[in-house]
Unconditional design. Structure first.
Length: 377
């Protein structure tokens, strides 16, 4: 994606507006159908009562049947429409408990010209994200949440973390500000309604699936344009080289965690009934001691992470993003002080305990099955 920044922004903005307008139209159409079904239910109920009072049993039976069908459709439509935006997951950080992080987030928000965030959360995944949702799920004042994955904080330096924050605040400042936030909300809400409708019905679901395919393709294209624009804005703030360095670092560390660290953690299930370590508590040390940084020039990172330019994912490939930034893939020298050490150090034991408990609750059954199978061999 080598479009000039101004053209990229105009193309993305036009596509975002059109998709949002189509989503709002679809939501209004669904709401009108629900209201029509409710009106039909009221009319058939009245008609059934009048028929009974005049002794017209056949008309009354037909009216009662129409009433039941109308009520069923109205209730189903309400269920389809009442799919609130997802809540942020993880641990919400009190301001007093993470002052350095809150100060950095405020500074980055001012540099990007965004309205700031209402809350900062720490999650258990290898990512960072800006989540916007109305206070009451579908309606209400728009609230903005910044979610920072604990594995990500253990994986990047303070400089690289600033590039990641710049990327996320670029989404907020240039794509989710003011009315644009509501267009984004309507798009996401519409796709949640379609997903629920497609899952709940067969004939109507297949028809809606075919009918919504162009919107889905446009939404995938918009998501990719969003990433390219956010990278370009972040590069203007912290430099293209640092953005590219952070992208490579995250890709390398994500591969290490998924293919090495977590595999070694789960490999214990073959020899002991419970893990001997708490993976989130030991993650910082595990990344520092276990990650082997490739030597410059020893690995073709572009080839390693290029999946052939797969154009149907929500995110562009690493090679595409580095190409759009105009930087060569390079391995950073590595810094001993991570973002987790710099901004979350006093909270790390408590955060690790929360995520370790959640991990064990989700993994306990699979762990015990693996252990029992290993004992039978």
């Amino acid at each position: 994606m080598h479009l000039p920044r101004s053209l990229l922004s105009r193309t993305r903005g036009r596509l975002a507006f059109l998709l949002g307008l189509r989503a709002l139209t679809g939501l209004c159409a669904f709401a009108l159908l629900v209201l029509a079904a409710a009106a039909a239910a009221a009319w058939t109920a009245t008609n059934a009562w009048d028929a009974l009072t005049h002794g017209s049993v056949a008309i009354a039976v037909v009216s009662v049947g129409g009433f039941m069908l109308s009520v069923a459709f109205a209730l189903r439509g309400v269920l389809w429409l009442s799919v609130p935006a997802p809540c942020p997951g993880g641990v919400r950080l009190p301001h007093d408990a993470a002052r350095p992080l809150h100060r950095m987030v405020r500074r980055m928000g001012r540099r990007l010209g965004s309205a700031g965030v209402d809350a900062i959360w720490v999650g258990g995944d290898m990512n960072a994200a800006i989540l916007q949702r109305p206070r009451w799920g579908c309606f209400g004042p728009m609230e903005t949440h910044l979610i920072i994955g604990l594995p990500l904080a253990h994986s990047v330096s303070r400089r690289q973390f600033s590039a990641i924050l710049a990327h996320e605040f670029a989404h907020l400042a240039h794509q989710r500000q003011g009315a644009a936030a509501w267009w984004s909300h309507f798009r996401a809400w519409w796709f949640r309604v379609l997903d629920r409708c497609i899952d709940d019905t067969r004939g109507i679901g297949r028809m809606l699936e075919r009918w919504s395919e162009p919107d889905l393709r446009d939404a995938l294209r918009l998501a990719r344009l969003d990433e390219f624009e956010a990278d370009a804005v972040a590069a203007q703030v912290v430099g293209a080289g640092l953005v590219g360095e952070a992208l490579v670092e995250v890709a390398l560390k994500e591969r290490f965690l998924s293919e090495d660290y977590w595999r070694k953690v789960m490999a214990q299930s073959r020899v002991q009934p419970q893990p001997s370590i708490r993976p989130y508590r030991e993650m910082g040390l595990g990344v520092m001691a276990g990650f082997r940084r490739p030597l410059p020039g020893a690995v073709d990172i572009q080839e390693l992470f290029d999946d052939g330019g797969f154009a149907h994912g929500f995110h562009p490939t690493l090679a595409e993003r580095l190409g759009a930034l105009g930087v060569r893939p390079a391995v950073s020298r590595g810094e001993r002080v991570t973002a987790a050490d710099a901004y979350l150090a006093p909270l790390l034991p408590a955060l690790a305990l929360v995520f370790d408990r959640a991990w064990w609750q989700g993994s306990r059954d699979a762990w015990r099955r693996a252990y029992q199978l290993s004992r039978l061999v």
